[in-house]
Design a protein around this ligand. Sequence first.
Ligand SMILES: [Zn+2]
Length: 277
Amino acid sequence: MRKLILAVAFLAAAPVQAWSQNGWDDPFAAHQVMDNLYFVGTGGLGTFLITTPEGHILINTDFERTIPMIERSMAELGFDLADIKIILGSHAHGDHQAADVFLRERIGAQIMIMEEDVEGWRRMNRGAGEIPIDRVLHDGDKVTLGGTTLVAHLTPGHTRGCTSWGMELEENGRTYNALIVCSFGVNPGYNLVDNPNYPDQAQDYRATFAKARAMPVDVFLGSHGSFYGLRGKYETLQRRGEGDPNPFVDRAGFLDYIDRYEQRFQAMLEEQQRDSR
Ligand SMILES: [Zn+2]
């Protein structure tokens, strides 16, 4: 009987365990990355707040259940969820943009989506077919609020409209280029060889790796903390003394991320090409 109860308890707990393995629902300490850019995400989800005197920009709403965590993180930093004026996202997957419409309905912010991700975004956001997108973005478009400008870099492959967000940050009299990487990952189940829904996917990945390598990135961030070593860098940040470098300045880490993900992409492509013969 005891064994049975344990088995039932395990089964009941299993989905929760699988869920929190990637840290999506684990709280993570809100922190200033640099200048007016803050981390307000979770252990597994990269959500970023850009504050300005005219209101704020939020990158990645994640899931509806993540919004209270984002709100708490913002409050800890002294900011109000209701002051978000613009909602942006990394790409049209549920773990980054499933709560866009939900949040807009609550606070009335504008939603801006990269053109190539509009279709996927509408499919993902319940009932969003009738709900207008405030601005459709194109590669290189600038989003400006309260003196801060973000640049939407189209880095397709993971999705058609995968968007990496760039901005300039200042610290101790120096200017740094920050990039919040969309994702260069190949998900399980992606068909890179002959996908009728995305025939140019492999080509897009290749172009994205080349484009990213040429970008002048100093501050390396991403839509999942695991991309840029969030935990380790946050710990370093806690120990940071005067004159110590900002741990998020990490061009080598950015280039290493590109290399690792390109190798994974290449291996997956070759495996699928072998299998399709
Ligand atoms: Zn994704």
